[in-house]
Design a protein around this ligand. Sequence first.
Ligand SMILES: Nc1nc2c(ncn2[C@@H]2O[C@H](COP(=O)(O)OP(=O)(O)OP(=O)(O)O)[C@@H](O)[C@H]2O)c(=O)[nH]1
Length: 533
Amino acid sequence: MVTRGVTDGRSIAAPFLSARMSDPKNPLEVARETFRLLSERKLLPTPANYQACYNEVARLPNVAGFPEAPMRQLAAALGRLSPPADQQQLAALEAAIARRSWQGVQEALLTFTSRNQPATVNQMHESASSSGSAPALLVGLLPPLMHLIESLLPSLCQDDDSLLAQGRQLLQTLAAQTDDHQQLLPRLAAFSQRISLIAEEQGEVRLTLLKLLQLIVDNIAALSVDERSVRGQIDTLARAVLPPLTLRRLDDVERRLQDVIGRQRAAKERALAAQEAMRTMLAAFIDQLAMMNQSSTDFQDDLEASALLIAEVQTIEDLTPLLQRVLHATRSMAADTAAARDQLGELQTRVVDTNAELTRLHEELQQASASARHDPLTDVLNRRGLDEALAREVASMRRKSEQPLSLSLLDVDNFKQINDRLGHATGDDALVHLVQVVRQHMRPVDTLARYGGEEFVILMPDTRLAEGMTAMQRLQRELTRNFFLAGNEKILITFSAGVAELHAEESGEEAIRRADQAMYLAKRAGKNRVMGG
Ligand SMILES: Nc1nc2c(ncn2[C@@H]2O[C@H](COP(=O)(O)OP(=O)(O)OP(=O)(O)O)[C@@H](O)[C@H]2O)c(=O)[nH]1
C-alpha cells in the first residue's frame, strides 16, 4: 500500500474544508473530518498524522510534536563542542527543551549560531579576551599579519610605488579594525598575489646574480693560475657560491672574497717588487758590460798603437814614454776591471738581498693566510672567523629577544694517540674527516669553527640548551656510523662536548668558557659524552 506522510509539504486547500464543515471549532466535527481526511489521503493513523490532519481541519497552526529526545541529543552534542560552548547558552537551550518551547529553543540556537558568525574585528577582540575561541585565533593572527605586511613593504615593494601604496592602505585598514570584511579579504588576496609575483621575480634576480658571481669567481681563477695559495681560496669560493644561497652563506662568500682580494693584492705587490728589482739589476749589469767592453776596446787600441810605435823606435830613450803609455793603459785597464769586479760584487749582493726580500714577502703572505678567517687544513672558520661569527650571532639573538643561542665546544678524545700511532698527517686527515661528518649533520644556520688544535666550536642559533645537547649526541652517533679510514684501518673518532646556552647579559666569550668547563667535566667523566654548562 502506498501511504503518504503529512510532512511532505502538501496542504489541503481551505475551500475544501469549509465546503464540508459547518463549524470547524466543534471538536466532534473536527474529529470526524480528521478521520475522513486520513482515509481519503490513505495515511496511516499514526499520532503524528492524526495531529497534522486535526490541526489542518481545525485550522490550527501545523505544529509538529516536540521532538524532545533528538533535541536533548543536539544539546548534548553542543556541550561536547571544542572549544566548549558557552555554559549559559547551553543551560538556556536545555531549559527551553525541558519547557518544550519552540520559541525558547529558537532563541537559544540563535545565540549559538551568532557565536560562529564572522565577527567584526572589535567583536573578535572582545571574544578573544573572553573565550579564546575561533575568532580569538583570527584576532591573534591580526598582529603577525600586519607585521608580515610591514616587513614585506621595504624589501619587496620598494621599486613599485603603487604596490607600496596598496600595502600601506591595507595596513591602515587592518589597524582601523573595520567591520568591512567583504572588502578586506579580496584586497588581501590581491595584495598577496602581487607580492608573490614580485617574490618570484626576485628569486630569478637572485639566481642571475649568483650566476654573475660565479662568472667573476671563474675569471679571478683564470687570472690566478700561477698563484697556488690564491687558487685554493678561489676553489673554495667557487664551491661557496653554488646554489642554494642563504644570507649566512653570502656572508661567508663576502669574507672569503675579502681574503682572496687581500691575497691577490699582496701577490701583485710582491710580483711588482720582484719585477722592479730584476729590471734595476739587469740595467746595471748591461751598463757594466758596456763599460767593460769599452775599457777593453780602449786598452786594445792603446796596445795596438803602442806596438806600431815600438816598431819605429830607434833609441832606448824613445822607448821610455811608450812603456809609460803601455803601463798607464794596463793600470787603467786593471783599475776598470777592479771597479767592474766591485760593481758586479755589489750587484750580486743586491740579488741576494732581493731574494731575501722576496722570501720575506712570501712569508708575510703565508702569515696573511693564517690571519684570514678560515683554517687552511679543515676550511672551517678559524679563531678570528669565529670571533666575528659569534659577535654576529649574539647581536642577532639580542635583536630577536625571544630567540635563544647555544654553543658547543667539542674536543676530540685521545687525539694524541692517533698522532703518535699513525703519524701527524693521518691526524690531520682525521680532523678533516670529523669536520666533514659534523658539516653533513649540522643545520645550515649552524656555524662550525676550529677553536684550537683538536677543539671545535659550533654556534647553534635558535637552540635551547637541551636541544643543543641532543644535537651533539646525534653527532656522536653519526661518528660511530662514519668511521675514519686510515689506509685500511677503521678508526672510531669520538669527542667530548660541553654545551652552553647564552644568558641574557652574558658575552659570547663567557659562554664559550662555560662550555669549555662543561667539556672538561665530560672528559673527566670518561670522555665521549656531552655535558651542559
Ligand atoms: N695531526 C694534528 N695534531 C694536532 C693538531 N693540533 C693539535 N694536535 C695534537 O693534538 C694532540 C692533543 O693532545 P692532548 O691535548 O693530550 O689531548 P688528547 O690526546 O686528545 O687527550 P684528551 O683530550 O684528554 O682526550 C697533541 O698531540 C697535539 O700535538 C693538528 O692540526 N694536526
